[in-house]
Design a binder for this molecule. Sequence first.
Ligand code: GCO
Length: 450
Amino acid sequence: MTSMKFPKDFLWGAATASYQIEGAWNEDGKGESIWDRFTHQPFKILNGDNGDIACDHYHRMPEDVQLMKKIGLQSYRFSISWPRIFPAGYGEVNQKGVDFYNRLVDQLLAAGISPNITLNHWDLPQALQEKGGWPNRDTANYFTDYSALIFKQLGDRVDLWSTFNEPWVISSLGYGDGIFAPGISDKSQGYQAAHHLLLAHGNTVKIFRDGNYKGKIGIVLSMTNNRPATQSEADIAACKRVNQDNYGFFLDPIYKGAYPKDFMEWIGPHAPKIKPGDLEKINQPIDYLGVNYYMTFEVAFSNLGGLLKIDMQQKSASNWDFTPEIGFSINPDGLTTLLGYIRKEYNNPPIYITENGCTVEEKPNEEGFIMDWGRIDYIRAHLRALHTAIQEGSDIRGYTVWSLFDNFEWTFGYKPRFGIIRVDYQTLERYPKQSAFWYQEVIKNNGLDY
Ligand code: GCO
Protein backbone atom coordinates (compact mmCIF):
# COMPACT_ATOMS: atom_id res chain seq x y z
CA MET A 1 0.00 0.00 0.00
CA THR A 2 1.29 3.40 -0.91
CA SER A 3 0.66 5.85 1.89
CA MET A 4 1.76 9.06 0.22
CA LYS A 5 0.11 9.56 -3.18
CA PHE A 6 0.81 12.52 -5.43
CA PRO A 7 -1.81 14.28 -7.55
CA LYS A 8 -3.01 12.73 -10.80
CA ASP A 9 -0.78 13.83 -13.74
CA PHE A 10 2.06 14.66 -11.36
CA LEU A 11 5.24 14.69 -13.46
CA TRP A 12 8.33 12.80 -12.25
CA GLY A 13 11.66 13.67 -13.80
CA ALA A 14 15.40 14.12 -13.51
CA ALA A 15 17.55 17.05 -14.57
CA THR A 16 20.91 17.88 -16.10
CA ALA A 17 22.49 20.92 -17.78
CA SER A 18 24.42 21.20 -21.04
CA TYR A 19 27.78 22.36 -19.72
CA GLN A 20 27.69 19.88 -16.85
CA ILE A 21 27.20 16.75 -18.99
CA GLU A 22 27.73 17.24 -22.72
CA GLY A 23 31.49 17.57 -23.18
CA ALA A 24 32.44 17.92 -26.88
CA TRP A 25 33.22 21.52 -25.97
CA ASN A 26 34.70 22.43 -29.33
CA GLU A 27 33.27 19.77 -31.63
CA ASP A 28 30.94 19.96 -34.60
CA GLY A 29 31.14 23.72 -34.82
CA LYS A 30 30.27 24.57 -31.21
CA GLY A 31 31.48 28.00 -30.09
CA GLU A 32 33.21 28.75 -26.81
CA SER A 33 31.03 29.54 -23.80
CA ILE A 34 31.90 31.64 -20.78
CA TRP A 35 32.18 28.42 -18.80
CA ASP A 36 34.72 27.02 -21.28
CA ARG A 37 36.74 30.21 -20.91
CA PHE A 38 36.39 30.29 -17.11
CA THR A 39 37.31 26.65 -16.49
CA HIS A 40 40.33 26.89 -18.78
CA GLN A 41 41.84 29.54 -16.51
CA PRO A 42 44.02 28.38 -13.61
CA PHE A 43 42.74 28.23 -10.03
CA LYS A 44 39.06 28.75 -10.79
CA ILE A 45 37.89 25.15 -10.38
CA LEU A 46 38.75 22.51 -7.80
CA ASN A 47 41.50 20.18 -9.13
CA GLY A 48 41.62 22.20 -12.36
CA ASP A 49 38.60 20.26 -13.66
CA ASN A 50 36.61 21.45 -16.67
CA GLY A 51 33.67 20.39 -18.85
CA ASP A 52 35.70 19.52 -21.97
CA ILE A 53 34.58 15.89 -21.76
CA ALA A 54 32.22 15.88 -18.77
CA CYS A 55 29.89 12.83 -19.10
CA ASP A 56 30.47 12.77 -22.87
CA HIS A 57 26.71 12.92 -23.23
CA TYR A 58 27.06 14.56 -26.64
CA HIS A 59 28.37 11.24 -27.98
CA ARG A 60 26.47 8.88 -25.69
CA MET A 61 23.06 10.48 -25.89
CA PRO A 62 21.14 7.48 -27.34
CA GLU A 63 22.47 5.18 -24.63
CA ASP A 64 21.58 7.79 -22.00
CA VAL A 65 18.01 8.09 -23.23
CA GLN A 66 17.67 4.32 -22.99
CA LEU A 67 18.83 4.48 -19.37
CA MET A 68 16.21 7.14 -18.63
CA LYS A 69 13.60 4.88 -20.16
CA LYS A 70 14.69 1.96 -17.97
CA ILE A 71 14.37 4.12 -14.88
CA GLY A 72 10.90 5.06 -16.04
CA LEU A 73 11.39 8.83 -16.12
CA GLN A 74 8.30 10.67 -17.30
CA SER A 75 10.19 13.86 -17.96
CA TYR A 76 13.80 14.83 -18.64
CA ARG A 77 14.91 18.37 -17.88
CA PHE A 78 17.97 19.44 -19.88
CA SER A 79 19.38 22.67 -21.22
CA ILE A 80 20.48 23.74 -24.66
CA SER A 81 23.97 25.04 -25.19
CA TRP A 82 23.48 28.43 -26.83
CA PRO A 83 27.03 28.46 -28.35
CA ARG A 84 26.34 25.05 -29.90
CA ILE A 85 23.50 26.68 -31.84
CA PHE A 86 25.00 30.13 -32.41
CA PRO A 87 28.80 29.84 -32.04
CA ALA A 88 29.09 33.63 -32.14
CA GLY A 89 25.95 34.16 -30.03
CA TYR A 90 23.92 35.35 -33.03
CA GLY A 91 24.06 35.32 -36.82
CA GLU A 92 25.09 32.06 -38.40
CA VAL A 93 23.36 28.92 -37.13
CA ASN A 94 25.41 25.78 -36.49
CA GLN A 95 23.15 23.14 -38.02
CA LYS A 96 24.99 20.25 -36.35
CA GLY A 97 24.11 21.72 -32.99
CA VAL A 98 20.45 22.04 -33.92
CA ASP A 99 20.51 18.44 -35.23
CA PHE A 100 21.80 17.15 -31.90
CA TYR A 101 18.87 18.59 -29.94
CA ASN A 102 16.42 17.51 -32.62
CA ARG A 103 17.65 13.93 -32.25
CA LEU A 104 17.54 14.19 -28.47
CA VAL A 105 13.93 15.37 -28.47
CA ASP A 106 12.88 12.69 -30.96
CA GLN A 107 14.58 9.93 -29.01
CA LEU A 108 13.03 11.11 -25.75
CA LEU A 109 9.58 11.10 -27.31
CA ALA A 110 10.18 7.64 -28.79
CA ALA A 111 11.10 6.50 -25.27
CA GLY A 112 7.90 7.99 -23.86
CA ILE A 113 9.73 10.76 -22.00
CA SER A 114 8.52 14.34 -22.06
CA PRO A 115 11.27 16.90 -22.85
CA ASN A 116 11.61 19.79 -20.42
CA ILE A 117 13.95 22.33 -22.00
CA THR A 118 15.84 25.11 -20.28
CA LEU A 119 16.94 27.63 -22.88
CA ASN A 120 19.93 28.75 -20.88
CA HIS A 121 21.66 27.17 -17.91
CA TRP A 122 24.50 29.71 -17.64
CA ASP A 123 26.64 28.88 -20.72
CA LEU A 124 26.55 32.24 -22.50
CA PRO A 125 28.53 32.36 -25.77
CA GLN A 126 31.96 33.85 -24.98
CA ALA A 127 31.64 36.03 -28.08
CA LEU A 128 28.75 37.85 -26.38
CA GLN A 129 30.75 38.24 -23.20
CA GLU A 130 33.36 40.04 -25.31
CA LYS A 131 30.61 42.55 -26.09
CA GLY A 132 29.84 43.02 -22.40
CA GLY A 133 27.76 39.92 -21.62
CA TRP A 134 24.52 40.22 -19.65
CA PRO A 135 25.15 43.78 -18.45
CA ASN A 136 24.94 44.74 -22.14
CA ARG A 137 21.30 45.25 -23.13
CA ASP A 138 21.90 43.80 -26.62
CA THR A 139 22.44 40.37 -25.08
CA ALA A 140 18.74 40.25 -24.22
CA ASN A 141 17.89 40.72 -27.90
CA TYR A 142 20.37 38.07 -29.02
CA PHE A 143 18.80 35.70 -26.50
CA THR A 144 15.35 36.33 -27.87
CA ASP A 145 16.58 35.59 -31.42
CA TYR A 146 18.18 32.38 -30.20
CA SER A 147 14.97 31.36 -28.40
CA ALA A 148 12.89 32.12 -31.50
CA LEU A 149 15.05 29.73 -33.53
CA ILE A 150 14.76 26.99 -30.91
CA PHE A 151 10.97 27.37 -30.72
CA LYS A 152 10.77 27.08 -34.51
CA GLN A 153 12.91 23.95 -34.47
CA LEU A 154 11.52 22.13 -31.43
CA GLY A 155 8.34 23.95 -30.45
CA ASP A 156 6.07 21.34 -32.01
CA ARG A 157 7.35 18.57 -29.72
CA VAL A 158 8.13 20.04 -26.31
CA ASP A 159 5.75 20.26 -23.33
CA LEU A 160 7.75 22.29 -20.86
CA TRP A 161 10.08 25.21 -21.40
CA SER A 162 11.97 27.50 -19.13
CA THR A 163 13.80 30.61 -20.21
CA PHE A 164 16.58 30.60 -17.61
CA ASN A 165 17.95 28.44 -14.89
CA GLU A 166 18.67 30.46 -11.77
CA PRO A 167 19.16 33.98 -13.12
CA TRP A 168 20.30 35.05 -9.63
CA VAL A 169 23.31 32.76 -9.96
CA ILE A 170 24.20 34.28 -13.33
CA SER A 171 23.84 37.88 -12.22
CA SER A 172 25.00 37.68 -8.64
CA LEU A 173 27.65 34.95 -8.69
CA GLY A 174 28.77 35.59 -12.28
CA TYR A 175 28.82 39.40 -12.42
CA GLY A 176 28.28 40.67 -8.86
CA ASP A 177 30.73 38.46 -6.96
CA GLY A 178 32.79 36.88 -9.71
CA ILE A 179 33.03 33.42 -8.23
CA PHE A 180 31.31 31.91 -11.29
CA ALA A 181 31.79 32.61 -14.99
CA PRO A 182 32.45 35.17 -16.37
CA GLY A 183 34.19 36.05 -13.11
CA ILE A 184 33.26 39.73 -12.84
CA SER A 185 33.00 41.28 -9.41
CA ASP A 186 30.93 44.44 -9.71
CA LYS A 187 27.57 44.92 -7.96
CA SER A 188 26.27 47.38 -10.56
CA GLN A 189 27.00 44.97 -13.40
CA GLY A 190 25.34 42.23 -11.35
CA TYR A 191 22.00 44.04 -10.99
CA GLN A 192 22.13 45.32 -14.55
CA ALA A 193 22.68 41.72 -15.72
CA ALA A 194 19.66 40.64 -13.65
CA HIS A 195 17.47 43.27 -15.30
CA HIS A 196 18.56 42.19 -18.78
CA LEU A 197 17.99 38.54 -17.93
CA LEU A 198 14.45 39.46 -16.94
CA LEU A 199 13.97 41.47 -20.10
CA ALA A 200 15.21 38.53 -22.17
CA HIS A 201 12.83 36.30 -20.22
CA GLY A 202 9.81 38.54 -20.84
CA ASN A 203 10.51 39.00 -24.53
CA THR A 204 11.02 35.27 -24.96
CA VAL A 205 7.72 34.46 -23.26
CA LYS A 206 6.05 36.92 -25.62
CA ILE A 207 7.43 35.33 -28.79
CA PHE A 208 6.46 31.94 -27.41
CA ARG A 209 2.86 33.15 -26.99
CA ASP A 210 2.85 34.85 -30.39
CA GLY A 211 4.00 31.60 -32.01
CA ASN A 212 1.13 29.63 -30.45
CA TYR A 213 3.41 26.80 -29.41
CA LYS A 214 1.77 23.94 -27.60
CA GLY A 215 3.85 23.71 -24.40
CA LYS A 216 4.05 25.65 -21.16
CA ILE A 217 6.70 28.21 -20.38
CA GLY A 218 8.15 29.45 -17.10
CA ILE A 219 11.41 30.33 -15.36
CA VAL A 220 13.51 28.37 -12.88
CA LEU A 221 14.81 30.03 -9.72
CA SER A 222 17.26 28.88 -7.07
CA MET A 223 15.33 29.38 -3.88
CA THR A 224 16.91 28.88 -0.50
CA ASN A 225 14.72 28.93 2.58
CA ASN A 226 15.90 31.83 4.73
CA ARG A 227 14.99 32.69 8.29
CA PRO A 228 16.16 35.45 10.62
CA ALA A 229 18.74 34.35 13.19
CA THR A 230 16.82 36.16 15.96
CA GLN A 231 13.59 38.10 16.17
CA SER A 232 15.48 41.39 16.33
CA GLU A 233 14.29 44.02 13.86
CA ALA A 234 17.74 44.15 12.30
CA ASP A 235 17.86 40.40 11.66
CA ILE A 236 14.32 40.30 10.31
CA ALA A 237 15.13 43.14 7.91
CA ALA A 238 18.40 41.44 6.89
CA CYS A 239 16.50 38.24 6.11
CA LYS A 240 13.99 40.18 4.06
CA ARG A 241 16.83 41.69 2.00
CA VAL A 242 18.17 38.22 1.26
CA ASN A 243 14.74 37.08 0.09
CA GLN A 244 14.40 40.18 -2.06
CA ASP A 245 17.85 39.74 -3.56
CA ASN A 246 17.45 36.02 -4.16
CA TYR A 247 13.84 35.87 -5.35
CA GLY A 248 11.86 39.09 -4.95
CA PHE A 249 14.12 40.84 -7.45
CA PHE A 250 12.98 38.29 -10.06
CA LEU A 251 9.49 37.27 -9.01
CA ASP A 252 8.13 40.73 -8.14
CA PRO A 253 8.67 42.12 -11.67
CA ILE A 254 7.42 38.89 -13.25
CA TYR A 255 4.29 38.48 -11.11
CA LYS A 256 3.66 42.03 -9.87
CA GLY A 257 5.22 44.22 -12.54
CA ALA A 258 7.56 46.12 -10.18
CA TYR A 259 10.90 45.71 -8.45
CA PRO A 260 10.79 45.68 -4.63
CA LYS A 261 11.00 49.41 -3.88
CA ASP A 262 12.77 49.33 -0.51
CA PHE A 263 15.34 46.92 -1.91
CA MET A 264 16.07 49.17 -4.89
CA GLU A 265 16.59 52.03 -2.44
CA TRP A 266 18.93 49.89 -0.35
CA ILE A 267 21.21 49.02 -3.28
CA GLY A 268 21.14 52.71 -4.29
CA PRO A 269 23.61 53.51 -7.06
CA HIS A 270 23.90 49.81 -7.90
CA ALA A 271 20.24 49.62 -8.96
CA PRO A 272 19.89 48.76 -12.66
CA LYS A 273 19.05 51.24 -15.38
CA ILE A 274 15.54 50.53 -16.57
CA LYS A 275 13.97 51.90 -19.75
CA PRO A 276 10.32 52.91 -20.02
CA GLY A 277 8.23 49.87 -20.97
CA ASP A 278 10.73 47.31 -19.63
CA LEU A 279 8.58 46.28 -16.69
CA GLU A 280 5.55 45.73 -18.91
CA LYS A 281 7.68 43.42 -21.04
CA ILE A 282 8.87 41.48 -18.00
CA ASN A 283 5.40 41.26 -16.49
CA GLN A 284 4.14 38.57 -18.92
CA PRO A 285 1.95 35.82 -17.49
CA ILE A 286 3.99 32.63 -17.12
CA ASP A 287 2.54 29.13 -16.92
CA TYR A 288 4.57 27.92 -13.97
CA LEU A 289 7.45 28.68 -11.64
CA GLY A 290 10.35 26.23 -11.46
CA VAL A 291 11.78 25.93 -7.95
CA ASN A 292 15.25 24.54 -7.26
CA TYR A 293 15.45 23.80 -3.55
CA TYR A 294 18.55 22.62 -1.71
CA MET A 295 19.15 24.47 1.52
CA THR A 296 18.18 26.64 4.44
CA PHE A 297 20.02 29.65 5.84
CA GLU A 298 19.86 31.66 9.01
CA VAL A 299 20.38 35.35 8.31
CA ALA A 300 21.69 37.97 10.73
CA PHE A 301 22.46 41.65 10.31
CA SER A 302 26.17 42.27 10.01
CA ASN A 303 27.92 45.56 9.62
CA LEU A 304 30.69 43.75 7.77
CA GLY A 305 28.24 41.90 5.57
CA GLY A 306 28.82 43.65 2.25
CA LEU A 307 26.26 45.65 0.32
CA LEU A 308 23.31 43.83 1.92
CA LYS A 309 24.86 43.85 5.42
CA ILE A 310 24.07 40.23 6.05
CA ASP A 311 25.65 37.22 7.63
CA MET A 312 24.32 33.92 6.30
CA GLN A 313 24.80 30.55 8.00
CA GLN A 314 23.74 27.21 6.57
CA LYS A 315 21.32 25.46 8.95
CA SER A 316 20.51 21.78 8.80
CA ALA A 317 17.50 20.45 10.67
CA SER A 318 18.47 18.88 13.99
CA ASN A 319 18.26 15.29 12.71
CA TRP A 320 20.24 15.99 9.52
CA ASP A 321 23.91 16.61 8.85
CA PHE A 322 25.48 18.59 6.00
CA THR A 323 26.02 17.00 2.60
CA PRO A 324 29.58 15.74 2.02
CA GLU A 325 32.04 17.29 -0.48
CA ILE A 326 29.94 20.44 -0.94
CA GLY A 327 28.57 21.20 2.54
CA PHE A 328 24.93 22.03 1.76
CA SER A 329 22.61 22.14 4.77
CA ILE A 330 19.72 19.67 4.78
CA ASN A 331 16.33 20.90 5.88
CA PRO A 332 13.40 19.11 4.23
CA ASP A 333 10.77 21.11 6.15
CA GLY A 334 12.36 24.25 4.73
CA LEU A 335 10.83 23.23 1.41
CA THR A 336 7.34 23.29 2.92
CA THR A 337 8.05 26.69 4.47
CA LEU A 338 9.39 28.08 1.22
CA LEU A 339 6.44 26.83 -0.79
CA GLY A 340 4.08 28.37 1.76
CA TYR A 341 5.87 31.70 1.33
CA ILE A 342 5.51 31.56 -2.47
CA ARG A 343 1.86 30.55 -2.19
CA LYS A 344 1.05 33.60 -0.10
CA GLU A 345 3.37 36.11 -1.73
CA TYR A 346 2.62 35.27 -5.36
CA ASN A 347 -0.96 34.06 -5.33
CA ASN A 348 -0.36 30.32 -5.43
CA PRO A 349 1.27 29.90 -8.84
CA PRO A 350 1.61 26.46 -10.45
CA ILE A 351 5.02 25.07 -9.46
CA TYR A 352 7.34 22.36 -10.63
CA ILE A 353 10.19 21.39 -8.36
CA THR A 354 12.82 21.56 -11.07
CA GLU A 355 15.78 20.51 -8.90
CA ASN A 356 16.34 18.83 -5.58
CA GLY A 357 18.99 16.30 -4.63
CA CYS A 358 22.23 15.75 -2.77
CA THR A 359 25.69 14.30 -2.58
CA VAL A 360 26.29 11.37 -0.20
CA GLU A 361 29.29 9.32 0.88
CA GLU A 362 29.44 6.67 -1.78
CA LYS A 363 31.83 3.91 -2.68
CA PRO A 364 31.17 1.55 -5.58
CA ASN A 365 31.53 -2.18 -5.04
CA GLU A 366 33.52 -4.25 -7.52
CA GLU A 367 30.68 -4.21 -10.01
CA GLY A 368 30.50 -0.42 -9.84
CA PHE A 369 27.25 -0.54 -7.86
CA ILE A 370 26.43 1.98 -5.17
CA MET A 371 24.01 1.59 -2.29
CA ASP A 372 23.25 5.27 -1.80
CA TRP A 373 20.75 4.93 1.04
CA GLY A 374 21.55 8.47 2.20
CA ARG A 375 20.29 9.90 -1.10
CA ILE A 376 17.12 7.85 -0.83
CA ASP A 377 16.53 9.18 2.70
CA TYR A 378 17.11 12.72 1.47
CA ILE A 379 14.71 12.49 -1.47
CA ARG A 380 12.08 10.67 0.59
CA ALA A 381 12.15 13.39 3.25
CA HIS A 382 11.84 16.12 0.62
CA LEU A 383 8.96 14.33 -1.06
CA ARG A 384 7.22 14.20 2.28
CA ALA A 385 7.77 17.94 2.73
CA LEU A 386 6.44 18.49 -0.77
CA HIS A 387 3.40 16.35 -0.05
CA THR A 388 2.71 18.45 3.04
CA ALA A 389 2.87 21.62 0.93
CA ILE A 390 0.37 20.13 -1.50
CA GLN A 391 -1.96 19.34 1.39
CA GLU A 392 -1.58 22.91 2.58
CA GLY A 393 -2.82 24.07 -0.81
CA SER A 394 0.29 24.66 -2.95
CA ASP A 395 -0.23 23.90 -6.62
CA ILE A 396 2.68 21.51 -7.24
CA ARG A 397 2.77 19.82 -10.64
CA GLY A 398 5.95 17.76 -10.57
CA TYR A 399 9.26 16.82 -8.99
CA THR A 400 12.66 16.63 -10.66
CA VAL A 401 15.73 15.02 -9.12
CA TRP A 402 19.08 16.72 -9.48
CA SER A 403 20.71 14.93 -11.08
CA LEU A 404 20.33 12.13 -13.56
CA PHE A 405 24.12 11.60 -13.59
CA ASP A 406 27.14 12.52 -11.60
CA ASN A 407 28.48 15.51 -13.49
CA PHE A 408 30.59 18.67 -13.50
CA GLU A 409 29.57 20.56 -10.37
CA TRP A 410 30.82 24.04 -11.37
CA THR A 411 33.63 25.33 -9.13
CA PHE A 412 33.66 22.03 -7.23
CA GLY A 413 34.55 20.11 -10.39
CA TYR A 414 33.82 16.38 -10.39
CA LYS A 415 34.27 15.83 -6.66
CA PRO A 416 30.64 16.11 -5.51
CA ARG A 417 28.46 13.40 -7.05
CA PHE A 418 24.78 14.32 -7.33
CA GLY A 419 23.64 11.56 -9.72
CA ILE A 420 21.19 8.71 -9.35
CA ILE A 421 23.44 7.21 -12.02
CA ARG A 422 27.15 6.90 -11.32
CA VAL A 423 29.58 7.99 -14.01
CA ASP A 424 33.02 6.42 -13.94
CA TYR A 425 35.06 9.34 -15.23
CA GLN A 426 37.90 7.03 -16.37
CA THR A 427 35.79 4.79 -18.60
CA LEU A 428 32.69 7.00 -18.87
CA GLU A 429 30.59 3.92 -18.07
CA ARG A 430 27.21 4.59 -16.43
CA TYR A 431 26.01 2.63 -13.37
CA PRO A 432 22.52 3.27 -11.99
CA LYS A 433 22.73 3.58 -8.20
CA GLN A 434 20.27 2.10 -5.72
CA SER A 435 18.44 5.46 -5.69
CA ALA A 436 17.64 5.06 -9.40
CA PHE A 437 15.84 1.78 -8.72
CA TRP A 438 14.10 3.26 -5.71
CA TYR A 439 12.99 6.29 -7.76
CA GLN A 440 11.68 3.94 -10.44
CA GLU A 441 9.26 2.51 -7.85
CA VAL A 442 8.22 5.96 -6.67
CA ILE A 443 7.37 6.93 -10.24
CA LYS A 444 5.50 3.69 -10.87
CA ASN A 445 3.39 4.18 -7.75
CA ASN A 446 3.05 7.95 -8.13
CA GLY A 447 4.03 8.04 -4.49
CA LEU A 448 5.68 6.10 -1.72
CA ASP A 449 5.32 4.72 1.77
CA TYR A 450 6.65 6.93 4.41
C1 GCO B 1 22.33 24.84 -9.42
C2 GCO B 1 22.27 24.29 -10.75
C3 GCO B 1 22.83 22.93 -10.87
C4 GCO B 1 23.72 22.43 -9.76
C5 GCO B 1 22.94 21.86 -8.61
C6 GCO B 1 23.78 21.29 -7.50
O1 GCO B 1 21.34 24.87 -8.74
O2 GCO B 1 23.41 25.29 -9.01
O3 GCO B 1 21.04 24.40 -11.35
O4 GCO B 1 23.53 23.11 -12.04
O5 GCO B 1 24.57 21.46 -10.24
O6 GCO B 1 22.14 22.84 -8.09
O7 GCO B 1 24.53 22.29 -6.88
